[in-house]
Write a protein of this length. Sequence first.
Length: 79
Amino acid sequence: MVYLLLVVLTLSSWYVAIKGERERTFGVDDSVVIVLLAGFKVRLVLRYFMEVNDAGSILKLLTDTWLFLLLLSMCFFLI
């Protein structure tokens, strides 16, 4: 089920990129959407394929905090 969600998110980010490129309106908002979709995909991979979901709450908190700060800084530099 997680694999299918990752595929759908990948196709969604591809669609956002292609749509913006075709309409020649690819801008900051499209980039932010793609980065946020990628961040959600990273969280899914961390949780389910790297087995962080079965780890302790401290590791879950650390990985979520790291990912949040990473995405925040990436979006900040895009804007």
